[in-house]
Design a protein around this ligand. Sequence first.
Ligand SMILES: [Zn+2]
Length: 97
Amino acid sequence: MCPCCGTKGLWAAPGQFTQSCKGCGLDFRRHELKGRGAYMVVFPLTLVLILAALKLDEAVRLPALALVTIWPLLVAGTIVTALRWAKAAVLVARVRD
Ligand SMILES: [Zn+2]
Protein backbone atom coordinates (compact mmCIF):
# COMPACT_ATOMS: atom_id res chain seq x y z
CA MET A 1 0.00 0.00 0.00
CA CYS A 2 1.25 3.47 -0.88
CA PRO A 3 2.29 5.42 2.25
CA CYS A 4 1.22 8.66 0.58
CA CYS A 5 -2.27 8.02 -0.80
CA GLY A 6 -3.05 4.44 0.26
CA THR A 7 -3.37 2.99 -3.26
CA LYS A 8 -2.67 -0.72 -3.36
CA GLY A 9 -0.09 -2.36 -5.61
CA LEU A 10 3.22 -1.49 -4.03
CA TRP A 11 4.94 -4.71 -5.13
CA ALA A 12 5.95 -5.72 -8.66
CA ALA A 13 7.71 -8.86 -7.46
CA PRO A 14 7.59 -10.44 -3.97
CA GLY A 15 10.62 -8.44 -2.86
CA GLN A 16 10.60 -5.50 -5.26
CA PHE A 17 8.62 -2.28 -5.54
CA THR A 18 6.78 -1.26 -8.69
CA GLN A 19 8.16 1.79 -10.52
CA SER A 20 5.75 4.31 -9.06
CA CYS A 21 2.35 4.71 -7.42
CA LYS A 22 -0.69 4.40 -9.69
CA GLY A 23 -2.63 6.78 -7.48
CA CYS A 24 -0.30 9.70 -6.77
CA GLY A 25 2.78 8.94 -8.89
CA LEU A 26 5.15 8.65 -5.94
CA ASP A 27 8.46 7.21 -7.15
CA PHE A 28 8.84 3.98 -5.16
CA ARG A 29 12.03 2.80 -6.83
CA ARG A 30 13.87 5.88 -5.63
CA HIS A 31 13.18 4.87 -2.03
CA GLU A 32 13.93 1.20 -2.46
CA LEU A 33 16.27 -0.38 0.05
CA LYS A 34 19.07 -2.00 -1.89
CA GLY A 35 22.78 -2.74 -1.92
CA ARG A 36 24.22 -2.22 1.54
CA GLY A 37 20.85 -1.63 3.15
CA ALA A 38 19.32 -4.84 1.85
CA TYR A 39 22.50 -6.72 2.77
CA MET A 40 22.15 -5.53 6.37
CA VAL A 41 18.76 -7.22 6.48
CA VAL A 42 19.59 -10.38 4.54
CA PHE A 43 22.95 -11.19 6.11
CA PRO A 44 22.00 -11.42 9.81
CA LEU A 45 18.80 -13.21 8.86
CA THR A 46 20.68 -15.82 6.84
CA LEU A 47 23.04 -16.33 9.76
CA VAL A 48 20.13 -16.86 12.16
CA LEU A 49 18.49 -19.29 9.75
CA ILE A 50 21.68 -21.32 9.36
CA LEU A 51 22.09 -21.52 13.14
CA ALA A 52 18.43 -22.50 13.47
CA ALA A 53 18.96 -25.20 10.84
CA LEU A 54 21.92 -26.61 12.76
CA LYS A 55 20.00 -26.59 16.04
CA LEU A 56 17.01 -28.20 14.42
CA ASP A 57 19.21 -30.86 12.89
CA GLU A 58 20.56 -31.67 16.36
CA ALA A 59 17.11 -31.86 17.89
CA VAL A 60 15.25 -33.79 15.20
CA ARG A 61 17.07 -35.81 12.62
CA LEU A 62 15.03 -34.90 9.56
CA PRO A 63 15.49 -36.95 6.42
CA ALA A 64 17.84 -35.28 3.94
CA LEU A 65 15.08 -35.06 1.35
CA ALA A 66 12.84 -33.12 3.74
CA LEU A 67 15.70 -30.74 4.50
CA VAL A 68 16.52 -29.93 0.88
CA THR A 69 12.87 -29.38 -0.02
CA ILE A 70 11.56 -27.53 3.02
CA TRP A 71 14.59 -25.51 4.04
CA PRO A 72 15.18 -23.46 0.85
CA LEU A 73 11.47 -22.59 0.73
CA LEU A 74 11.52 -21.54 4.36
CA VAL A 75 14.69 -19.49 3.90
CA ALA A 76 13.42 -17.78 0.74
CA GLY A 77 10.06 -17.07 2.33
CA THR A 78 11.57 -15.62 5.48
CA ILE A 79 14.06 -13.43 3.61
CA VAL A 80 11.46 -12.08 1.17
CA THR A 81 9.07 -11.32 4.03
CA ALA A 82 11.80 -9.56 6.02
CA LEU A 83 12.90 -7.57 2.96
CA ARG A 84 9.33 -6.48 2.31
CA TRP A 85 8.96 -5.27 5.88
CA ALA A 86 12.30 -3.48 5.79
CA LYS A 87 11.64 -1.85 2.42
CA ALA A 88 8.16 -0.76 3.40
CA ALA A 89 9.51 0.67 6.67
CA VAL A 90 12.22 2.61 4.81
CA LEU A 91 9.68 3.92 2.29
CA VAL A 92 7.29 5.08 5.00
CA ALA A 93 10.11 6.72 6.98
CA ARG A 94 11.44 8.58 3.93
CA VAL A 95 8.03 9.74 2.72
CA ARG A 96 7.20 11.17 6.13
CA ASP A 97 10.37 13.27 6.19
ZN1 LIG B 1 0.36 6.95 -3.85
